[in-house]
Write a protein that binds this ligand. Structure first.
Ligand SMILES: [Zn+2]
Length: 444
């Protein structure tokens, strides 16, 4: 028998439209059958068929399930490049990732996009979720990010080869670019991710310039599109944003130091941007984290510049998508998936409704196969629903209060919120092998 639900409460549909204060949502099977004002509910549903589950959530708010546009399900919460690239076998990572996927779903994330894989773990997680073997959000996934020696992905000194467990594949020529793209598409990735620049935290990859030549990015983008997939890029520097826009990338991650030329191109082509600021903001906010004054200044500079640039892009009509960068020790799974929506309000000055739009309907663009079926409460779409206490259009932070979530539904199926998901700590063999922590003094 098909499951039916009639849910009452404040409805925010994810499109950016005003909340419906006394709203109703009807679910039949895996899809939304009706969404609107409670008073306008059709007669047939008002009778509340005996088969339907009816829940009145009162002052709670019904929104679409969160779509996280930037979530690394295979990373396993490393504290360093070494822990990301070297420790934990592929098999171990896959098992941990199934646990992580459950934590992500419990945070109200019903769909997630994963740019950059350790081994083929995200592909396996995506398929295991779709096959009903593992509980988690539906995923769109990339393979390891394609990098040059100047990109984020080539993280170690030249006397160390890129370790096989790193979330990147190093390419040294146009032939290798084509080969990497073709191998990943054969592996069934949903999209291809490129390391277009370095990172403020990466020692060997400065954030100036682009890691690829424009003609190399153009070749990559053309081949990805010829083979029917999409491509995205880690682009913090001005030149990497400009090149990505010229080469026709489908969405851009970060765009922190975008200049006027880049902004103009991105606006003209309406290329969506996922700023993905939670990791940087958390790095500044975390207490007890060791950081030099210089690192702190450079993080702050990037956050401030980024907020300004993202605001200019938004004002120029560029779609914004929210992403968490979940998967690092500073962004553990299940905790930060709604943080970027808060940052879009506090740092970029968006309204909470626009921020919710960025974390639902806009972010759905990063799951190309599902794009038209998810991200908003519209009749006919998949019934992905999050019910939160309070009103996120007044206080966006309620989307982070996972302990008071009232209901999570994915494709019409309620997620069990009562059985706790066990907490996880890195085990010995995942951790960086530090012999001794600092210099010691000895008496006598
Ligand atoms: Zn990332």
């Amino acid at each position: 028998m098909t499951d039916e639900y009639i849910l009452y409460g404040r409805v925010i549909d994810g499109t950016g439209a005003d909340p419906i204060e006394r709203g109703a949502v009807v679910v039949v099977g895996e899809r939304l059958a009706w969404v609107g004002a409670r008073d306008a509910l059709p007669e047939s549903w008002k009778h509340q068929p005996a088969a339907a589950t009816v829940v009145d959530f009162g002052d709670a708010t019904i929104i679409p399930g969160i779509v996280d546009a930037h979530c690394h399900i295979s990373y396993g919460e490393p504290r360093s490049e070494e822990e990301l690239a070297m420790y934990g076998s592929a098999e171990w990572r896959a098992i941990v990732a199934t646990h992580s996927a459950k934590r992500v779903l419990r945070a109200g994330v019903t769909s997630a996009s994963d740019p950059a894989a350790v081994y083929r773990v995200p592909i396996a997680v995506r398929d295991a979720v779709e096959a009903g073997l593992v509980e988690g959000p539906r995923f769109a996934v990339a393979g390891p990010e394609i990098t040059t020696h100047q990109g984020l992905g080539d993280a170690f000194p030249n006397w160390i080869a890129n370790p096989p467990g790193n979330a990147s594949v190093l390419v040294r020529s146009k032939d290798e670019i084509l080969e990497a793209v073709r191998l990943q598409i054969k592996d069934t990735v949903d999209f291809v991710k490129v390391a277009g620049s370095g990172d403020a935290t990466s020692y060997y990859n400065p954030i100036h310039g682009c890691a690829f030549r424009l003609d190399e990015l153009q070749l990559l983008s053309d081949e990805v599109h010829r083979l029917g997939r999409k491509c995205t890029i880690h682009a913090r520097s001005a030149e990497s944003v400009t090149f990505a826009a010229k080469a026709g990338f489908d969405w851009i991650m970060h765009a922190s130091f975008m200049d006027d030329e880049g902004l103009e191109l991105v606006a003209e082509k309406k290329i969506p941007i996922c700023p993905t600021l939670p990791l940087l903001v958390n790095a500044l906010d975390a207490t007890g984290a060791e950081m030099s004054a210089a690192s702190r200044d450079s993080l702050k500079r990037e956050i401030d510049t980024s907020a300004e640039n993202i605001r200019r892009a938004y004002d120029a009509g560029v779609p914004l998508m929210a992403g968490s960068e979940a998967g690092f020790s500073l962004t553990p799974y299940g905790e930060w998936h709604a943080k970027e929506m808060e940052i879009l309000v506090t740092h970029v000055g968006l309204s909470p409704l626009a921020a919710i739009n960025a974390g639902t309907l806009q972010a759905a663009r990063t799951l190309p196969r599902w794009e038209s079926e998810i991200g908003s409460l519209d009749a006919g779409k998949l019934a992905d629903i999050l019910v939160v206490d309070g009103d996120p259009s007044k206080d966006i932070r309620v989307l982070q209060h996972t302990e008071s979530f009232r209901m999570i539904m994915k494709a019409g199926k309620e997620v069990d919120l009562t059985t706790p998901v066990p907490a996880r700590e890195q085990v010995r063999f995942e951790r960086q092998h530090v012999y001794f922590n600092g210099r010691h003094t000895f008496s006598g």
